[in-house]
Every structure is written in structure tokens, then in C-alpha cells.
Design a protein around this ligand. Structure first.
Ligand code: ATP
Ligand code: MG
Ligand code: MG
Ligand code: MG
Length: 577
């Protein structure tokens, strides 16, 4: 490849675009890689298209290597497929919906589980046909509420989406693992610093799901990572091993719901005080919470730490009453925490409602309650929902646990700190959600039909381009990793003499050696402008053909390190290949 800047469809800009806030947006526009067509909709110009295709090539190579087969499905899809799975409605305003001339409803595909499932159903029918992994690289359409940051969050964007179809759960696990490994290779080759975090699967439905996040302060996702181990997790999905909590045997089975009820905290306090439980109850001034512990009748030890609720909260008074009746209740004091760092089984309510006073790690999926209290080393009191036994029904009140810097890592190694990332990939074990919807069976070896199980796996190809720039730039421009750079080498001819001729000759030679070459052969453009452009464009190596040419010397520049070196003209091919 040899691209001549004298004719290349490229205009670089000195000024940041007015609507750009993040580095990748600024630099990709200024470098003439992309141009905005409409909000969240971008055109890829020649150099941008090359980078985009380079990313796609890396993705293809690794997907092919793990056994994926590339296909290309339509982006324009009839409503009925998405009606069957409920996603025509579930997607809400994010879906681009349109009608054909006869008034039939269509949509522009935001992701393709439906059509892939139908495709496989149409072609395959025996267990011998499976497993199969199909993928495509295609434009996706989502009417994002806040398209932002250029191609980082577009309304039309490029995604690699793949789908695995297996006869059983072990097969799905293997397909998932193979994707995970392929993704690791892909993001490594793209030169991205990333973490893998466990994620909630959201609207996709299904169980196991992990996100690949490119670490970047401009990212929209917050995750926590450990200071001392590889542990990383989406904040919403921090999972903790259930602590060695003391058994709750003999305790009242009780739940206090966080649903709007009949009592405010003052009512609760009044109730407790009036209940003749042998203790005084007060509302703790500073915390606006009531902290209590209970003792079952006849029991020697105080066992259960009970509720405190912020002053503006309401509790289901009747249930609370029922819960507390057979027990004694007492105010909790600091020594309880000190003595029993993991005393309570419980779960944590919504962060906002808890007034930012809680610092627990919770697995929100475990509805029997596995939150644990790290009271012993805390300087604050804690607010805990009253929970005992198995009768715990979260009733939609589970929310996000607040994880803070300095919390212990769930794997026991180091402490957690928060960081931000860009979601560049996402892998899901979908299970049978879609194959149930479309009734996709294969005849098993025993002659009986078996329901196929599925995974789906996405990579934001266009987003990956921007993510690389987020991680790899300086104040002068982009610093491309070679694997996806628009060229391997940027030959810059400066001066009015035969430097440009020489630049073209060297560029040709480098091209013949198999390098991808960009040559600045523009006449009447100052060296300063050419150097500035070279730094903005970010090709890994530059060869400057300038004044030294008369002494047989050219200059090699390394974009990443900024190192410069005079090299004999005759050595240049050898040095750059
Ligand atoms: P996000 O949380 O950023 O909205 P998502 O979870 O909705 O992403 P998925 O449905 O998991 O996205 O799609 C797979 C991949 O497609 C994502 O991991 C991301 O890399 C990419 N992607 C999703 N939405 C966009 C978008 N609007 N623009 C560019 N890439 C996107
Ligand atoms: Mg999204
Ligand atoms: Mg997401
Ligand atoms: Mg996702």
C-alpha cells in the first residue's frame, strides 16, 4: 500500500470540533479520520476506513481461529421476528422503526439474536450439526438517548456480533470460554489495556455475562479493581463470597420490605419504645437511623442486628411488628460491630435511600441475602435491612450496592478502588431464551428433540477504534499501535529540492518490501505543517527526507517515544521494515 498525501482525500484541522469533549473525538475529527454527518452518525474517510478495517481484520482473524464462520445478515428486519421475542417493545425508543411502502413495520437491527436463531433453525436439525458459531461485522442501529463522544457512542456503529449454538450446557460453556479467550487475544492485539468484569445481563436476558472494559477516565462505566489481584467487577455486579455468618437458627423469620408502607421512622421508634421490649429506643441523631439487635425468647445471646432506616423512609409497619413480637430488641452499639464483623446476614437497600452511609458489598442476585457488614474497622454506623431466615423477598428493592475505594476485595486480596472504562466487548450465556421463543430443537442422539442453547457475543468495532485513541494519544495527536495504524511508515518529503522525488522513491521501495506507506509528497506545504500533520495522524514511524539528503542522511522518528535518529539513506529500508 502506498498512499500519496498530494492526492489523498484528507483535510486535517487545527481546531477541535466545537462539540467534542473527549480526546478520541477531537483527534479522529482533526486527523481527518471521520466526519460527522448527523448526531451520532459518522462517515469514515480513507485513513479512518483503513483503521476500521484493520480492527475488523484482527477481529476476523481471531474469530476464524476460534472456529467462527463469517456471514452477513440484513440490517433491515421485519417486525415479526422481534415481536416473537418481545423486543419490538422491550427496546423502547432505542429502536429505529420504519415502514415499507405497504405500511408493514420494519426495524434497523440493534443486535441480531432473532435472525441468527431463525437462520440456524432453518438449516440445522440434528445434534451432529452442533456446535456452530456464526458471526458478522455489520452496522448496527440504536437511537441512543445521548449519542456522544463521536464514534464512541454512535447511533449507527460497527459491531462484530457472534452467536453460538450448542446442544447442551457444557457445550455453551465451551463456546463461551472460546469467545472469552478470543476476545483476550483481540484486545491484546489492538493494544488496549482492558479489564474483564462480571456484568448483569440486562435486557439481553440470560445468565452469565462478562464485559470487557477499556480502561479510560472518559469511560461511562465504573468498575472496581483490586490493588493486589486481577479482581475486577462492574460496580453493579460485585460479588462477594458469603461470609462465615453465624447461623440464624431460632430467630424470627422476618422481612421488612422497602416498599412504601405505613410507618415512618418516628413511628418505628415510637413502636419500639411502646412495645415493652425492655429497652429504650432512640433515633440516633447524627445518622437518622435506628440500629437494633434482637434476642429470641429464651436465648442467651443477642443474635440479629435489625433495621435502621433513614428518617424519610417508610417501612411496612405490620410486618415489622410481626417480626419483632417474638423477640427482644435492643439498640446496637459500636461494640456489636467490633465483636462481630460479619454478624449480619442481610441485604442493602438503594444507595440513595441509604444516604450514602453504607459500605457493603452485595451480590444482588442472591435474594436470600448475603450482604456482609464490615463494621469492625468502620468509623461509621451501618444501616441494615432486617432480614432473617429464608423468608426474604427483595420485592424489587435490591439495588446497587455502594462500593467504595478501600473496601476489601471479595477475593481477599488487597482493597478495591474505582476506575472508569469503555465497554468494548460483551459476552453472554443466553441459554434458551431465544431458542424457546422460536422453538429451536435438534434431534438428540437418543432420537428425542433437544432444545438448543445459545450465547451471544459483541465487540464494538468502531468503538474500539476510538478506545485505542483514548488510551494512546498525546497533546500532539494520535499514537497508533502498529497493528491497526493507517500505515506502518510515514515518509515526509520536505524542502524545495529533490527531497520529494526521493521521498517517493523511498516510499516505493518500502512498499515493495511489504510495508504500508503513507508519503507526504505535497508541494508548497511547509515542513512545520507536515510534521504537525504527521504527529496528528500518528503513524508509528516517520522517515523525514530533508536537508540532510545532500549528505545522504534522513531522519527516523518514533511517534510513541519521540526519539529521533539520523540514518544513512541506504539503511532506511532495512531499518524500517
Ligand atoms: P453500552 O453499555 O455502552 O450502551 P451496550 O451494553 O448497550 O453498550 P451491547 O448490546 O453489549 O452494548 O453491544 C455489544 C458491543 O457493542 C458493546 O460492548 C459496545 O462495544 C458496542 N456498542 C454498543 N452500543 C454502541 C454504540 N452506541 N456505539 C458504538 N458502539 C456500541
Ligand atoms: Mg447500550
Ligand atoms: Mg452496556
Ligand atoms: Mg453490553
Amino acid at each position: 500500500m502506498l498512499l500519496r498525501m498530494s492526492t489523498l482525500f484528507l483535510r486535517t484541522l487545527r481546531e477541535d470540533p466545537a462539540d467534542a469533549e473527549v480526546p478520541s473525538h477531537k483527534l479522529l475529527v482533526r486527523g481527518g479520520y471521520v466526519r460527522r454527518a448527523a448526531p451520532g452518525i459518522y462517515s469514515w474517510l480513507p485513513l479512518g476506513k483503513i483503521v476500521l478495517e484493520n480492527v475488523a481484520r484482527v477481529v476476523r482473524e481471531e474469530m476464524d481461529a476460534m472456529g467462527g464462520q463469517e456471514v452477513l445478515l440484513p440490517a433491515l428486519l421485519p417486525r415479526e421476528f422481534y415481536e416473537t421475542t418481545g423486543r419490538w417493545d422491550d427496546y423502547g425508543p432505542n429502536l429505529f422503526r420504519l415502514q415499507d411502502r405497504k405500511g408493514a413495520d420494519y426495524l434497523l437491527g440493534p443486535t441480531h439474536e432473532e435472525l441468527f436463531t431463525l437462520l440456524v433453525k432453518g438449516e440445522y436439525s440434528s445434534y451432529k450439526d452442533f456446535p456452530v458459531v456464526l458471526y458478522q461485522i455489520q452496522e448496527k442501529f440504536r437511537d441512543e438517548a445521548r449519542p456522544r463522544a463521536g464514534v464512541l457512542r454512535g447511533r449507527e456503529f460497527h459491531m462484530k456480533d457472534s452467536y453460538s449454538f450448542d446442544i447442551d450446557d457444557e457445550g455453551l460453556q465451551a463456546s463461551y470460554d472460546a469467545h472469552r479467550a478470543a476476545y483476550q487475544r483481540i484486545f491484546e492485539r489492538l493494544g488496549l489495556e482492558y479489564v474483564i468484569v462480571s456484568a448483569t445481563s440486562g435486557a439481553m436476558g440470560g445468565s452469565a455475562s462478562e464485559e470487557f472494559l477499556a480502561v479510560a477516565p472518559t469511560g461511562e462505566d465504573t468498575f472496581v479493581r483490586s490493588t493486589e489481584s486481577d479482581y475486577a467487577a462492574n460496580v453493579e455486579a460485585v460479588t462477594t463470597p458469603a461470609p462465615a455468618a453465624r447461623p440464624l437458627d431460632g430467630l424470627p423469620e422476618a422481612v421488612v420490605h422497602h416498599t412504601p408502607g405505613t410507618a415512618t421512622i418516628q413511628t418505628l421508634v415510637d413502636f419500639l419504645n411502646g412495645a415493652g421490649l425492655g429497652r429504650d429506643f432512640v433515633e440516633a441523631d447524627t445518622l437518622k437511623n435506628v440500629l437494633v439487635k434482637t434476642r429470641a425468647p429464651g436465648a442467651d445471646e443477642w443474635e440479629l442486628l435489625a433495621v435502621g432506616l433513614p428518617g424519610d423512609r417508610e417501612v411496612d409497619f405490620k410486618r415489622l411488628e410481626a417480626a419483632l413480637e417474638p423477640a427482644e430488641v435492643a439498640l446496637l452499639d459500636e461494640s456489636d460491630f467490633a465483636a462481630n464483623p460479619f454478624l449480619v446476614k442481610g441485604y442493602i437497600g438503594p444507595r440513595a435511600l441509604l444516604d450514602n452511609k453504607v459500605r457493603y458489598l452485595v451480590d444482588p442476585r442472591v435474594v436470600t441475602g448475603t450482604a456482609w457488614v464490615t463494621g469492625a474497622d468502620r468509623d461509621e454506623h451501618h444501616v441494615i435491612d432486617l432480614v432473617a431466615g429464608r423468608d426474604f423477598t427483595p420485592d424489587g428493592t435490591i439495588d446497587v450496592a455502594e462500593v467504595r475505594d478501600g473496601d476489601p476485595s471479595p477475593d481477599g486480596k488487597g482493597t478495591l478502588y474505582t476506575a472508569r472504562g469503555i465497554e468494548i466487548g460483551h459476552i453472554f450465556q443466553l441459554g434458551r431464551k431465544y431458542t424457546d421463543a422460536f422453538q429451536v430443537d435438534a434431534l438428540g442422539s437418543d432420537g428425542k428433540p433437544k432444545r438448543i442453547t445459545m450465547g451471544s457475543y459483541g465487540i464494538g468495532v468502531s468503538r474500539a477504534v476510538a478506545s485505542v485513541v483514548e488510551q494512546s494519544h498525546d497533546d500532539k495527536g494520535i499514537v497508533w499501535p502498529r497493528e491497526i495504524a493507517p500505515a506502518d511508515v510515514h515518509v515526509v518529503g520536505t524542502g524545495k529540492g529533490d527531497q520529494i522525488e526521493e521521498a517517493l522513491r523511498i516510499a516505493g521501495e518500502l512498499r515493495d518490501q511489504g510495508l504500508r506507506v503513507l508519503v507526504d509528497d505535497r508541494k508548497g506545504v511547509s515542513p512545520g505543517v507536515k510534521f504537525t500533520d504527521a504527529e496528528l495522524l500518528g503513524v508509528p514511524t516517520s522517515v523525514i527526507i530533508g536537508r540532510g539528503l545532500k549528505d545522504g542522511l534522513v531522519e527516523l522518528r518514533d511517534r510513541a517515544t519521540g526519539e529521533r535518529e539520523e540514518v544513512a539513506l541506504g539503511d532506511i529500508v532495512e531499518r524500517t521494515v
